[in-house]
Write a protein that binds this ligand. Structure first.
Ligand code: ATP
Ligand code: LTN
Length: 331
């Protein structure tokens, strides 16, 4: 394990995962498990920035681990763990918060976006969330962070914090690089293709869940918003709906934009939507079956969490101790 480069990523268990989460993030994870030393976190602490129902949150924590496994992550080859079971995250987050400026946090688009969507609950956690994310990544001396494009700004902040700390105290943190896949990096909403597909969207027709049943998937694609020009051509600005469907199909079938345009040139939107729906069902059906099996065995999932909290904790403690020593705490 030691000489391999390290990969770190996390997903929030704030809802059932969407096709956007799958194509933008999770799908890429198993491709990395042979070549890299990988950690994937269930980022439950991040979810409290928005009100959660406790019972539902507990269920979604298991569901996310089950999805990690169902999407092909091997629990022996990767460290799959729960954020709150490794106390070093909260501890490092406090320290790093003292090396992060209010101005930097105010510029985060996700903060601006979520505070306008949850105007009645603009809590301090929502504001300092990127600091916790920086702590997640920096604790593990991460080389690469596979993320969707929307998280790039947070990763840049994590890099800035690492560089700042290293300048003050000498080499402490590895400065991480983002890994953003070209296709699938930003899957848009099916009804409002100018905004990203998001699991916390109130309109269920805007997203496809990884665990959604085939009928619903087909229905949602058939209803997807397109345009009136009738041509299956990629043009993000003028044809956001069709471009999104091209992206989705390309990502599912591993085809380039040009290859998708060629394959469907001259066809009607209706036929294209059916093809995209079918490709999606084909990919998601085996994942859903495995997910359901795993969710029926919480004992197994608990065992993975327990074991991996210890494995992750060993890495994290090492970095935290170094930080505490560098800032002048007595160990
Ligand atoms: P929320 O809408 O509740 O903020 P989310 O759906 O954006 O959540 P996250 O948990 O924030 O999901 O993201 C998990 C991973 O999935 C991240 O790496 C993120 O970049 C990626 N991701 C999320 N939505 C999309 C999308 N529409 N297209 C591509 N990647 C996405
Ligand atoms: N902020 C991310 C989830 C997240 C994450 C991380 C991603 C939390 N900690 C560390 C990569 C690395 C999100 O909302 N998608």
């Amino acid at each position: 394990m030691e000489n391999k480069k390290r990969i770190y990523s996390a997903v929030q268990p704030s809802g059932m995962l969407t096709l956007g989460n799958y194509l933008g993030a999770i799908r890429n994870f198993p491709l990395l498990q042979e070549e890299y030393d990988c950690l994937y976190c269930v980022a439950n602490m991040h979810t409290l920035t928005v009100r959660q129902d406790p019972e539902l949150l507990r269920e979604r924590i298991y569901a996310l681990l089950a999805l990690y496994l169902a999407c092909g992550l091997d629990p022996e080859k990767n460290i799959l763990y729960l954020q709150s079971q490794v106390p070093a995250h909260a501890e490092l987050s406090w320290v790093l918060g003292c090396y992060t400026y209010m101005g930097e946090l105010s510029r985060m688009t996700q903060f601006k976006d979520k505070s306008s969507r949850h105007a009645d609950n603009i809590n301090a956690g929502l504001f300092t969330y990127p600091v916790l994310m920086a702590a997640d990544i920096l604790l593990y001396q991460t080389d690469f962070v596979p993320i969707g494009r929307d998280q790039k700004q947070h990763l840049e902040l994590a890099r800035d914090i690492a560089i700042r700390f290293n300048k003050l105290y000498g080499d402490t943190f590895k400065v991480p690089e983002p890994l953003i896949s070209k296709q699938g990096a930003k899957i848009m909403s099916l009804q409002e293709p100018n905004k990203k597909m998001s699991k916390s969207d109130e309109n269920v027709n805007n997203f496809i869940l990884i665990t959604e049943d085939p009928d619903k998937i087909m229905k949602k694609f058939k209803k997807a918003v397109t345009d009136s020009d009738g041509e299956i051509r990629y043009d993000e600005e003028n044809k956001p709906g069709v471009s999104n469907l091209i992206n989705i199909y390309g990502a599912l079938k591993n085809l380039s934009t040009e290859e998708v345009e060629k394959a469907f040139s001259g066809l009607r939107y209706g036929d294209f939507k059916t093809a995209v729906g079918e490709a999606c069902v084909e990919t998601l059906t085996p994942i859903r079956a495995r997910y359901e099996e795993l969710m029926a065995d919480k004992g197994y999932l608990d065992g993975i969490f327990k074991e991996n909290a210890v494995r992750a904790g060993a890495y994290a403690e090492k970095t935290l101790k170094d930080v505490y020593a560098k800032v002048g705490f007595v160990l």
